[in-house]
Design a protein around this ligand. Structure first.
Ligand code: SF4
Length: 289
């Protein structure tokens, strides 16, 4: 139950008691004063039906039935042995569900793969770490994005995270940046969260930044010490939790972006990587002016 006009009067004590007895959540808001809105959003997130979070498509809405998506999957020493990672598997399955096709290739075979198609693919999806090479090899008129950006849309709120990406522009030397991952994998070699993103962000900002890392459920309750949160694609998590993290960041006034968006931005190919998502691209262009 939402009690509006909380700035004018409080609900009767017996009314509150009745709701509490029935286990019915209550939120006090004042639309006029703008108070309680964040509590209301949090309550809606908790109560929204599972369908609201689960009934979404990862990529097949971008690839019409019968059309081809090219998936670029680097096999480097960070890739798990003998298997694909979850976002890649999810993309293939979703394309099959959508009655479209997936052509999976490593980045060094991409040009060759494209020449073998009778017509251009509807979409190219790459691991974000191969963005630059893939952007160079894919013709400008072929839409291109990354698995991580697809996950930002699927598991969270792409438009909100696009706005969060603009927080990179405000970073300055000494700022604290939180890099958050949903799973607890052991970082090896040139790990994307531990090594590559800190390197690309530092190069972009041109000053030393303080990086901190969290994994699993250790996401901090208080985000206010951070100038930016960079979140992974949350492939092993669920959308409800990701929306809650986004909400927490918004409440703290801290921009939250994700791996793929950060990489595309730092490498100067942000607009190209957002081209398949017109609303998000428009948000970016509008927020920049
Ligand atoms: S949960 Fe995050 S860090 Fe772990 S594999 Fe998925 S995207 Fe990568």
């Amino acid at each position: 139950v939402v009690f509006n006009k909380a700035d004018l009067r409080a609900p009767a004590a017996n009314e509150i008691e009745r709701l509490d007895r029935g286990g019915i959540p209550r939120v006090m808001v004042s639309a006029a004063a703008g108070t309680g809105i964040l509590d209301l959003r949090e309550a809606l997130l908790r109560l929204a039906p599972a369908d609201f979070f689960d009934n979404r498509r990862l990529v097949s809405d971008l690839v019409p039935p019968g059309e081809v998506a090219v998936l670029v999957v680097p096999i480097d020493k960070e890739a798990p042995k003998g298997r694909l990672i979850l976002p890649q598997v999810m993309a293939i399955r979703d394309l099959l569900d959508g009655e479209s096709m997936a052509l999976v290739t490593q980045e060094r075979e991409l040009r060759n793969a494209l020449t073998r198609l009778a017509r251009p693919p509807a979409l190219v999806v790459t691991d974000s770490q191969a963005f630059l090479k893939v952007a160079a090899d894919v013709p400008r008129d072929v839409p291109m994005t990354s698995f991580s950006i697809l996950m930002a849309r699927f598991q969270g709120d792409l438009t909100e995270q696009v706005r969060g990406t603009l927080g990179i522009e405000r970073l300055k030397g000494g700022d604290r940046v939180l890099i958050a991952e949903t799973c607890t994998h052991h970082p090896i070699g040139e790990d994307i969260g531990r090594v590559k993103i800190p390197r690309w962000l530092t190069q972009y900002v041109g000053a030393r930044l303080e990086f901190e890392h969290t994994q699993g459920r250790d996401f901090p309750g208080d985000l206010s010490p951070y100038a930016l949160v960079v979140h992974c694609g949350n492939c092993t998590g669920n959308r409800r939790e990701m929306m809650s993290r986004l909400h927490r960041a918004r409440a703290a006034g801290v921009p939250l972006t994700n791996y793929g968006l950060t990489i595309a931005y730092s490498l100067g190919i942000f607009e190209r990587a957002l081209a398949p998502f017109p609303a998000a691209l428009e948000t970016f262009r509008g927020a920049r002016v």
